[in-house]
Ligand binder design. Structure first.
Ligand code: UN1
Length: 504
């Protein structure tokens, strides 16, 4: 007998509720589409409004809870994630496909985030500074912003929602979470954990559904003060435009076309491990994925053949199988995008040297599997050099000089992550200075950011904000400058100052 497929509800004002639409959508396993994980609410703008009103009401009290106490609740949520790490990782693999080793890392990133932000609850420091007038005190404090809309992607279904949720809460904001329709279960699990550890009703709300019916109304809602979004540059642009009308604060984390430079003096075995992990980890579906590999001419042929050999041996399969090294594409649409880019690259004259095809065969029959794919001799004019694929398709590009390698790294409209493999300390430092990205690695791939450092990119990857690290405070809080005059008389700033000390 077929197992009964669960129906998951929205979470609004501390209650699990159905959408007013009466409709649901299906969440399936990309490794086996016969495996239906659950039905989620296909919500409407009215549901969004209910969630925003609940968050607005809850904000009145939540903002007055001392930040260290808010941090303690966030820590409890982290401990809940830790206790349930294995089942949360399995759910994440089942709904979005990446291998278990990686979803365990994904959940771990959420735990790290909780521990970091619980401490940050005791570090909401402002400054005091001398006033220009006597008997007057001047200082700064951080204040929460209000209701935050958190629009999160499917590729890090636990970590990225945590990156946004935890600083938002510690700063005293309340939230409405809108997960990607491909990974609503992981965020449901996170919200369930928040309910269990005792967050007050309305502080965290969860509404599932489409961009059109949930995302857009959230961005356009007058009572939402901030939108934090991770996803494509195209959608980020629409969000930015929608939020501009009301001057909402917007944090955007978008595309990447990240490159690793492999110098002729590099430890090639080390670089090989890094490029493979960077390019094919998460099936290439990371904004930090290594999608360009720039290789010095002197070692080009040798490194390319090492790369092909190892990429060919990668074991592709369902992520729940512990022996799998690369899982499926997240859905048919992403798989088709990968295949389209493969065709484009072939037409443009890049040399297909590994993979390039959808995997069929009995093991792959019901999933969206594709071979790890490598194109050699890619040139800067080709679309594969410039455009984000978000799949396991690596462009290998030869270069002659270090200067050319830096030029190629920066010849890109995105600026999230970059890397160099070299033993030459001068080159490493020059690259650290000159590569135009928000993250940079020496002798490590473009992926592997840690939670307590700022995460984000320049150019069309971001809009100047950072997630992770104390820098995230600047997204989720406002500065207030406060003056206390204890002179007992009216003192006029900029006007009475000459009287205090005679200045010529
Ligand atoms: C992403 O690429 O979408 O640095 C996020 C990393 C992870 C986070 C990646 N810690 O690869």
């Amino acid at each position: 007998m077929a197992k009964k497929v669960p129906v998951y509800k929205n979470f609004i004002n501390g209650k699990w509720v159905s959408s007013k639409s009466g409709k649901t959508f299906e969440n399936v396993n990309p490794a086996d589409t016969n495996d239906v994980i659950g039905y989620f609410q296909d919500s409407t703008p009215e549901d969004v409004n209910d969630a925003v009103q609940a968050a607005k009401e809850a904000f009145k009290k939540w903002r007055l809870i001392p930040a260290p106490k808010r941090g303690e609740l966030v820590m409890q949520l982290g401990l809940y994630l830790k206790k349930n790490k294995e089942s949360l990782a399995r759910d994440a693999t089942r709904e979005m496909g990446k291998i278990l080793k990686e979803t365990r890392g994904d959940v771990q990133e959420g735990i790290d985030c909780a521990l970091y932000w619980s401490g940050e609850g005791r570090r909401q420091f402002g400054e005091t500074t001398p006033s220009e007038l006597p008997n007057k005190w001047a200082m700064t404090v951080r204040q929460p912003i209000g209701v935050c809309g958190l629009i999160t992607p499917w590729n890090f279904p636990m970590a990225i929602p945590c990156w946004k949720l935890m600083p938002a809460l510690v700063c005293g904001n309340t939230v409405v979470m809108k997960p990607a329709t491909l990974s609503p279960l992981s965020v449901w699990n996170l919200v369930k954990g928040a309910e269990e550890v005792g967050f007050p009703p309305g502080v965290i709300n969860y509404v599932t559904g489409s961009g059109r019916n949930v995302g857009t109304p959230l961005c356009e809602h007058p009572d939402v003060s901030l939108i934090s979004f991770t996803g494509s540059t195209e959608v980020g642009r629409q969000i930015n435009l929608a939020c501009a009308k009301d001057f909402k604060r917007v944090g955007l984390e978008m595309g990447g076309k990240n490159a690793i430079i492999v110098m002729d003096d590099a430890n090639l075995e080390l670089a090989l491990d890094g490029v493979l992990w960077g390019a094919f980890g998460t099936t290439g579906q990371r904004c930090t994925a290594t999608s360009r590999c720039l290789v010095h001419k002197k070692i080009y042929d040798k490194f390319l053949s090492m790369l092909i050999k190892r990429a060919k041996s990668l074991k592709v399969g369902p992520g729940l199988d512990e022996t799998t090294e690369m899982g499926p594409a997240v859905d048919e649409k992403q798989l088709n995008t990968d295949l389209e880019y493969i065709e484009i690259a072939k037409k443009e004259g890049a040399k297909l040297v590994c993979g390039g095809k959808r995997l069929t065969g009995p093991k792959y029959k019901n999933g969206f599997f594709i071979e790890p794919t490598i194109f050699a001799d890619v040139t800067p004019k080709m679309r594969l050099f410039k455009e984000e694929v978000f799949g396991p398709v690596l462009a290998v590009v030869p270069f002659k000089t270090f200067e050319e390698a830096i030029y190629l790294q920066n010849d890109c409209r995105y600026g999230l992550s970059g890397s160099i493999y070299t033993q030459d300390v001068d080159k490493a430092f020059t690259a650290m200075r000159d590569v135009q990205t928000g993250l940079f690695y020496v002798n490590a791939p473009t992926i592997g950011a840690e939670n307590h450092l700022p995460f984000g990119g320049v150019k069309q990857t971001g809009n100047g904000h950072r997630e992770g690290g104390k820098e995230a405070l600047d997204l989720f809080s406002e500065w207030k400058a406060i003056y206390v005059d204890f002179s007992g008389r009216l003192q006029k700033a900029q006007i009475d100052t000459d009287e205090i000390v005679k200045v010529k």
